[in-house]
Design a protein around this ligand. Structure first.
Ligand code: PLP
Length: 369
């Protein structure tokens, strides 16, 4: 096995997705699986679909193209507003996109007509996270402009919570989103098929027993990949938190006594003592992941890291050069590690013939990739 590597247990991702899908189904909400943290990895995306997600959502067009290239035919929504410079590709590989800017929507419409298709638009509403979104007061007018534009169809509205500000949505905010849905329908006509209520931070609301109103979709990444509620950091009942492990290899193991003139607090941990930990260097660094997002295994402690070296202390006498150390990761560590060119990704419990990848089917999405 090559190191460093990420081991991905696809059966745990299928299970986590299934757990969310079943619980939300009872509340009239479907799951759109967000693949950005795994860079649109095709096998991981397929595991989420196998767990019952109705479609995929991505923030980067490059990841959508990766999925299409692997033969993924399911609905894919771009959840970061498209760049003007990418609209032609967006209408070819994405079934829908989240939008906040009329200039982009107009360009998408023109591109869709050029490519002889209709692109679905979901308007993102600002509900308090202060990241992206149209102000609620402006939503009706914007929706009307989308309805009037040939080449695009108004598919729904969406909101995002707890990303920039970390504030989880409350029942009042979710009710407001439902009311906006009906208002927009009253103002400009079409039934809004999708009302996407938010991300993993919405799960406590969705499970709370509050009425779900018109909200019929959530976009879940962290919850089903890591089994964690992003706001509390706690494990979600019934989910696995160890679908991903980052494995790194020891390249130096020694018991050097650190000279006392070293002033660093971390280094003082290594001043000679009876239970002095062994100091290990692992071939992993800031260039590979968010080091502070690595959960230290029992009996080890983080001493420090540089671009390519991770220094830890361990009380486990069995560790030597060539040993492997296994870490669980936070979302931030996971997304950086998944994107790191030197980290190999190895799949456990892959399915032999994934659904939705029929090689004989015509693939309209594959033309440009
Ligand atoms: C990243 C993202 C999500 C998924 O967030 P998680 O916390 O991973 O569930 C959903 N919606 C949008 C718009 C996003 O950018």
């Amino acid at each position: 096995m090559s190191n460093p590597r990420i081991e991905v247990d696809l059966s745990k991702i299928r299970h986590n997705t299934q757990t969310a899908v079943q619980a939300l189904h009872a509340r009239g909400i479907s799951v759109t699986a967000v693949t950005k943290a795994v860079c649109g990895h095709p096998a991981i995306a397929q595991a989420m679909l196998d767990g019952g997600a109705t479609g995929l959502a991505e923030s980067r067009l490059s990841n959508v193209k990766r999925l299409r290239k692997a033969g993924q035919l399911c609905p894919i929504t771009l959840i970061r507003t498209p760049m003007l410079s990418q609209v032609d590709e967006v209408v070819q590989v994405c079934d829908a996109s989240y939008n906040t800017e009329i200039a982009v929507i107009t360009a998408l419409a023109t591109a869709a007509i050029r490519h002889d298709c209709v692109h679905n638009v979901i308007l993102m509403v600002e509900m308090g996270d202060n990241r992206e979104g149209i102000m609620p007061a402006d939503l009706g007018a914007m929706a009307q402009r989308v309805v009037d534009l040939p080449g695009v169809a108004l598919k729904g509205i969406g909101a995002n919570f707890a990303c920039l500000t970390g504030v989880a949505p409350d029942a009042a905010a979710m009710e407001a989103l439902s009311s906006l849905t009906s208002e927009v329908e009253g103002q400009c006509g079409p039934f809004l098929q999708t009302v996407s209520g938010g991300n993993s931070a919405n799960l406590p609301w969705a499970f709370s027993g509050n009425p779900t109103g018109r909200v019929n979709d959530l976009r879940l990444g962290e919850a089903i990949l890591l089994g964690v509620d992003p706001v509390s950091g706690g494990r979600i009942n019934g989910m696995h938190t160890d679908a991903f492990s980052l494995v790194a290899e020891v390249i130096e193991a020694n018991n050097r006594s650190v000279p006392l003139f070293q002033s660093s607090v971390a280094l003082r941990l290594l001043a000679p003592r009876d239970d002095e930990p062994t100091r290990l260097i692992l071939a992993l660094g800031h260039q590979d992941t968010d080091i502070l997002g690595l959960l230290m295994p029992v009996g080890t402690m983080l001493i420090g890291a540089t671009s390519d070296h991770l220094v830890i202390g361990t009380t486990q006498a069995t560790m030597s050069v060539g040993s492997e150390v296994r870490f669980q990761m936070t979302y931030s560590a996971l997304m950086r590690a998944m994107a790191a060119p030197d980290i190999k990704i190895s799949m456990l419990h892959d399915r032999q013939i994934p659904r939705g990848r029929n090689a004989d089917e015509p693939r309209k999405h594959l033309e440009i990739v």
